[in-house]
Design a protein around this ligand. Structure first.
Ligand code: PAF
Length: 278
Protein backbone atom coordinates (compact mmCIF):
# COMPACT_ATOMS: atom_id res chain seq x y z
CA UNK A 1 0.00 0.00 0.00
CA UNK A 2 1.35 3.42 -0.98
CA UNK A 3 0.93 6.27 1.49
CA UNK A 4 1.19 9.83 0.17
CA UNK A 5 1.36 12.97 2.28
CA UNK A 6 1.26 15.46 -0.60
CA UNK A 7 -1.03 15.88 -3.59
CA UNK A 8 1.97 16.25 -5.91
CA UNK A 9 3.33 12.81 -4.96
CA UNK A 10 -0.15 11.30 -5.26
CA UNK A 11 -0.83 12.85 -8.65
CA UNK A 12 2.58 11.79 -9.95
CA UNK A 13 1.83 8.21 -8.93
CA UNK A 14 -1.63 8.31 -10.55
CA UNK A 15 -0.32 9.89 -13.77
CA UNK A 16 1.75 6.76 -14.38
CA UNK A 17 -1.49 4.76 -14.87
CA UNK A 18 -2.57 7.01 -17.75
CA UNK A 19 -6.28 6.51 -18.51
CA UNK A 20 -6.08 2.74 -18.45
CA UNK A 21 -7.16 2.09 -14.86
CA UNK A 22 -10.44 2.90 -13.15
CA UNK A 23 -10.00 4.62 -9.80
CA UNK A 24 -12.29 4.11 -6.80
CA UNK A 25 -12.06 6.80 -4.14
CA UNK A 26 -13.26 6.69 -0.54
CA UNK A 27 -12.83 9.95 1.38
CA UNK A 28 -12.64 9.58 5.17
CA UNK A 29 -11.65 11.48 8.27
CA UNK A 30 -9.92 8.41 9.72
CA UNK A 31 -11.04 6.56 12.88
CA UNK A 32 -11.92 3.84 10.41
CA UNK A 33 -14.52 1.17 11.12
CA UNK A 34 -16.33 -1.64 9.33
CA UNK A 35 -18.52 0.87 7.48
CA UNK A 36 -15.42 2.35 5.83
CA UNK A 37 -14.10 -1.15 5.09
CA UNK A 38 -17.35 -1.88 3.28
CA UNK A 39 -16.82 1.25 1.13
CA UNK A 40 -13.29 0.11 0.21
CA UNK A 41 -14.56 -3.41 -0.56
CA UNK A 42 -17.09 -1.90 -2.98
CA UNK A 43 -14.29 0.18 -4.49
CA UNK A 44 -12.12 -2.96 -4.90
CA UNK A 45 -15.02 -4.77 -6.56
CA UNK A 46 -15.85 -2.00 -9.01
CA UNK A 47 -12.50 -0.33 -9.76
CA UNK A 48 -8.91 -1.31 -10.62
CA UNK A 49 -7.32 0.92 -7.99
CA UNK A 50 -8.71 1.90 -4.59
CA UNK A 51 -7.67 5.14 -2.93
CA UNK A 52 -8.67 6.19 0.57
CA UNK A 53 -8.04 9.69 1.92
CA UNK A 54 -7.63 10.26 5.64
CA UNK A 55 -8.04 13.94 6.42
CA UNK A 56 -9.87 15.55 9.32
CA UNK A 57 -11.32 18.51 7.46
CA UNK A 58 -11.30 21.54 9.77
CA UNK A 59 -13.76 23.62 7.70
CA UNK A 60 -16.67 21.21 8.21
CA UNK A 61 -16.63 21.42 12.02
CA UNK A 62 -18.95 24.17 13.20
CA UNK A 63 -18.10 23.24 16.80
CA UNK A 64 -14.36 23.54 17.69
CA UNK A 65 -14.87 21.14 20.60
CA UNK A 66 -16.13 18.49 18.21
CA UNK A 67 -12.99 18.91 16.06
CA UNK A 68 -10.73 18.67 19.13
CA UNK A 69 -12.54 15.51 20.31
CA UNK A 70 -12.51 13.81 16.90
CA UNK A 71 -10.76 10.43 17.34
CA UNK A 72 -7.31 9.97 15.76
CA UNK A 73 -6.31 6.33 15.22
CA UNK A 74 -3.94 6.56 12.24
CA UNK A 75 -1.81 3.46 13.05
CA UNK A 76 -4.85 1.18 13.31
CA UNK A 77 -6.46 2.88 10.31
CA UNK A 78 -3.45 2.03 8.13
CA UNK A 79 -3.42 -1.58 9.39
CA UNK A 80 -7.10 -1.93 8.51
CA UNK A 81 -6.50 -0.47 5.05
CA UNK A 82 -3.68 -2.94 4.35
CA UNK A 83 -5.97 -5.80 5.41
CA UNK A 84 -8.82 -4.71 3.14
CA UNK A 85 -6.32 -4.36 0.26
CA UNK A 86 -6.59 -0.64 -0.29
CA UNK A 87 -3.93 0.37 -2.84
CA UNK A 88 -3.26 4.01 -1.99
CA UNK A 89 -3.74 6.24 1.05
CA UNK A 90 -3.66 10.03 0.84
CA UNK A 91 -3.06 11.48 4.31
CA UNK A 92 -2.02 15.11 3.88
CA UNK A 93 -1.43 17.85 6.45
CA UNK A 94 -3.90 20.78 6.37
CA UNK A 95 -1.57 22.99 4.31
CA UNK A 96 -1.55 20.50 1.43
CA UNK A 97 -5.24 21.20 0.88
CA UNK A 98 -5.85 24.69 2.28
CA UNK A 99 -3.98 27.94 1.79
CA UNK A 100 -3.21 29.85 5.00
CA UNK A 101 -6.40 31.42 6.37
CA UNK A 102 -8.56 29.80 3.67
CA UNK A 103 -12.16 29.19 4.73
CA UNK A 104 -15.00 27.15 3.23
CA UNK A 105 -16.51 28.14 -0.10
CA UNK A 106 -20.19 29.15 -0.22
CA UNK A 107 -22.35 26.77 -2.21
CA UNK A 108 -25.99 26.77 -3.22
CA UNK A 109 -27.49 23.33 -2.80
CA UNK A 110 -31.07 24.63 -2.69
CA UNK A 111 -33.40 22.71 -0.44
CA UNK A 112 -30.86 19.92 0.13
CA UNK A 113 -29.13 21.87 2.90
CA UNK A 114 -32.04 23.66 4.60
CA UNK A 115 -33.11 20.95 7.07
CA UNK A 116 -31.64 18.11 9.13
CA UNK A 117 -27.84 18.48 9.54
CA UNK A 118 -27.94 21.73 7.55
CA UNK A 119 -30.13 23.25 10.25
CA UNK A 120 -28.28 21.90 13.28
CA UNK A 121 -24.71 22.21 11.95
CA UNK A 122 -24.58 25.58 10.20
CA UNK A 123 -21.69 25.82 7.73
CA UNK A 124 -20.99 22.08 7.91
CA UNK A 125 -21.99 21.29 4.33
CA UNK A 126 -20.07 24.22 2.84
CA UNK A 127 -16.96 22.86 4.58
CA UNK A 128 -17.70 19.29 3.50
CA UNK A 129 -18.32 20.31 -0.12
CA UNK A 130 -15.17 22.48 -0.14
CA UNK A 131 -12.97 19.51 0.72
CA UNK A 132 -14.80 17.05 -1.54
CA UNK A 133 -14.47 19.46 -4.50
CA UNK A 134 -10.73 19.72 -3.84
CA UNK A 135 -10.32 15.94 -3.49
CA UNK A 136 -12.34 15.14 -6.63
CA UNK A 137 -10.26 17.65 -8.58
CA UNK A 138 -6.98 16.18 -7.31
CA UNK A 139 -7.85 12.48 -7.71
CA UNK A 140 -10.39 12.56 -10.58
CA UNK A 141 -11.79 9.17 -9.55
CA UNK A 142 -14.02 7.04 -11.75
CA UNK A 143 -16.32 6.34 -8.77
CA UNK A 144 -16.38 7.97 -5.31
CA UNK A 145 -17.99 6.00 -2.49
CA UNK A 146 -20.06 7.55 0.32
CA UNK A 147 -21.94 5.83 3.14
CA UNK A 148 -25.71 6.06 3.21
CA UNK A 149 -25.51 6.77 6.95
CA UNK A 150 -24.72 10.38 6.04
CA UNK A 151 -27.72 10.49 3.75
CA UNK A 152 -27.94 14.25 3.31
CA UNK A 153 -24.19 14.41 2.63
CA UNK A 154 -24.57 11.74 -0.07
CA UNK A 155 -27.28 13.70 -1.92
CA UNK A 156 -25.35 16.97 -1.57
CA UNK A 157 -22.21 15.35 -3.00
CA UNK A 158 -24.23 14.03 -5.96
CA UNK A 159 -25.42 17.62 -6.54
CA UNK A 160 -21.87 18.97 -6.09
CA UNK A 161 -20.52 16.55 -8.72
CA UNK A 162 -23.22 17.79 -11.12
CA UNK A 163 -22.42 21.44 -10.39
CA UNK A 164 -18.72 20.69 -10.99
CA UNK A 165 -19.62 18.87 -14.22
CA UNK A 166 -17.43 16.13 -12.85
CA UNK A 167 -17.11 12.78 -14.61
CA UNK A 168 -16.97 11.00 -11.25
CA UNK A 169 -19.91 8.75 -10.41
CA UNK A 170 -21.06 9.24 -6.80
CA UNK A 171 -22.11 5.93 -5.30
CA UNK A 172 -24.03 5.49 -2.04
CA UNK A 173 -23.23 2.38 -0.01
CA UNK A 174 -25.56 0.77 2.54
CA UNK A 175 -24.99 1.39 6.24
CA UNK A 176 -23.10 -1.26 8.21
CA UNK A 177 -24.55 -1.98 11.66
CA UNK A 178 -23.41 -3.71 14.81
CA UNK A 179 -25.37 -6.53 16.46
CA UNK A 180 -27.63 -4.12 18.32
CA UNK A 181 -28.39 -2.26 15.07
CA UNK A 182 -26.15 0.68 15.97
CA UNK A 183 -24.78 2.15 12.73
CA UNK A 184 -20.97 2.02 12.49
CA UNK A 185 -19.56 5.48 13.08
CA UNK A 186 -16.22 6.94 14.13
CA UNK A 187 -18.04 8.60 17.01
CA UNK A 188 -19.04 5.20 18.48
CA UNK A 189 -15.49 5.04 19.85
CA UNK A 190 -16.56 7.77 22.28
CA UNK A 191 -19.46 5.67 23.67
CA UNK A 192 -19.26 3.31 26.66
CA UNK A 193 -20.30 -0.33 26.13
CA UNK A 194 -23.62 0.24 27.92
CA UNK A 195 -24.27 3.38 25.86
CA UNK A 196 -23.66 1.37 22.68
CA UNK A 197 -26.31 -1.14 23.80
CA UNK A 198 -28.77 1.61 24.63
CA UNK A 199 -28.09 3.23 21.27
CA UNK A 200 -30.01 0.37 19.61
CA UNK A 201 -33.01 2.58 20.39
CA UNK A 202 -32.21 4.61 17.26
CA UNK A 203 -32.27 1.61 14.92
CA UNK A 204 -35.34 0.16 16.66
CA UNK A 205 -37.21 3.40 15.96
CA UNK A 206 -36.07 3.47 12.31
CA UNK A 207 -37.08 -0.13 11.83
CA UNK A 208 -40.43 0.46 13.49
CA UNK A 209 -41.11 3.17 10.91
CA UNK A 210 -40.18 0.86 8.05
CA UNK A 211 -42.51 -1.84 9.35
CA UNK A 212 -45.41 0.47 10.20
CA UNK A 213 -45.58 2.83 7.25
CA UNK A 214 -49.36 2.55 7.19
CA UNK A 215 -49.47 4.51 10.49
CA UNK A 216 -48.48 7.62 8.52
CA UNK A 217 -45.76 10.22 9.06
CA UNK A 218 -47.31 12.18 11.94
CA UNK A 219 -48.09 9.14 14.10
CA UNK A 220 -44.64 7.65 13.49
CA UNK A 221 -42.94 10.92 14.42
CA UNK A 222 -44.88 10.98 17.69
CA UNK A 223 -43.90 7.36 18.32
CA UNK A 224 -40.18 8.21 18.01
CA UNK A 225 -40.51 11.25 20.27
CA UNK A 226 -42.27 9.15 22.93
CA UNK A 227 -39.68 6.34 22.73
CA UNK A 228 -36.88 8.85 23.31
CA UNK A 229 -38.72 10.40 26.27
CA UNK A 230 -38.84 6.92 27.85
CA UNK A 231 -35.04 6.62 27.60
CA UNK A 232 -33.61 9.34 29.82
CA UNK A 233 -29.98 8.96 28.68
CA UNK A 234 -30.90 10.09 25.20
CA UNK A 235 -31.81 13.54 23.93
CA UNK A 236 -33.53 13.56 20.56
CA UNK A 237 -32.33 16.44 18.38
CA UNK A 238 -34.58 15.68 15.43
CA UNK A 239 -36.69 12.92 13.92
CA UNK A 240 -37.60 14.02 10.42
CA UNK A 241 -39.34 12.35 7.50
CA UNK A 242 -37.99 13.68 4.20
CA UNK A 243 -38.16 13.29 0.43
CA UNK A 244 -34.89 11.86 -0.89
CA UNK A 245 -34.72 14.12 -3.96
CA UNK A 246 -35.20 17.39 -2.03
CA UNK A 247 -34.40 16.49 1.61
CA UNK A 248 -37.51 18.52 2.51
CA UNK A 249 -39.97 17.31 5.18
CA UNK A 250 -42.98 15.32 3.99
CA UNK A 251 -46.42 14.79 5.46
CA UNK A 252 -47.40 11.84 3.25
CA UNK A 253 -45.44 9.03 1.60
CA UNK A 254 -44.33 9.72 -1.97
CA UNK A 255 -43.80 6.09 -3.03
CA UNK A 256 -41.56 3.16 -2.21
CA UNK A 257 -37.89 4.09 -1.55
CA UNK A 258 -38.55 7.78 -2.20
CA UNK A 259 -38.54 8.88 1.43
CA UNK A 260 -36.40 8.44 4.52
CA UNK A 261 -36.66 8.94 8.24
CA UNK A 262 -33.59 10.60 9.75
CA UNK A 263 -32.76 10.76 13.44
CA UNK A 264 -30.14 12.75 15.33
CA UNK A 265 -29.72 12.19 19.07
CA UNK A 266 -27.20 12.78 21.84
CA UNK A 267 -26.08 10.11 24.28
CA UNK A 268 -23.53 11.04 26.98
CA UNK A 269 -22.42 14.08 24.96
CA UNK A 270 -21.93 12.06 21.75
CA UNK A 271 -23.99 13.04 18.71
CA UNK A 272 -25.33 10.11 16.70
CA UNK A 273 -27.20 10.21 13.39
CA UNK A 274 -28.88 7.46 11.43
CA UNK A 275 -31.62 6.96 8.84
CA UNK A 276 -33.57 4.36 6.92
CA UNK A 277 -35.05 4.61 3.45
CA UNK A 278 -38.78 4.01 3.38
O1 PAF B 1 -18.19 11.66 5.98
C1 PAF B 1 -17.04 12.05 6.25
O2 PAF B 1 -16.24 11.37 6.91
C2 PAF B 1 -16.62 13.43 5.78
O3 PAF B 1 -17.70 14.30 5.77
C3 PAF B 1 -15.91 13.41 4.42
C4 PAF B 1 -16.87 12.95 3.33
C5 PAF B 1 -14.69 12.51 4.46
C6 PAF B 1 -15.45 14.83 4.05
O4 PAF B 1 -14.49 15.31 4.96
Amino acid sequence: MFIFKSKEELQKHLAAFGNEKTIGFTPTMGALHLGHMHLIEQSNLKCDISICSIFVNPTQFNNPNDLAKYPNTLTTDLEMLVKVKCDIVYNPPVNDLYAKGETAKSYDFGSLTTGLEGKFRPGHFNGMATIIEKLLNIIKPTIAFFGQKDLQQLYIVKDLAEQMQSNTLIEGVETVRGKSGLAKSSRNKLLSESAKKEASLIYNCLNYCKNNKEDGVNKLKLYIQQEFLKHGNFTLEYAEFVALNTMLPINDWEGVNKNAVCISAYHSGVRLIDNIIL
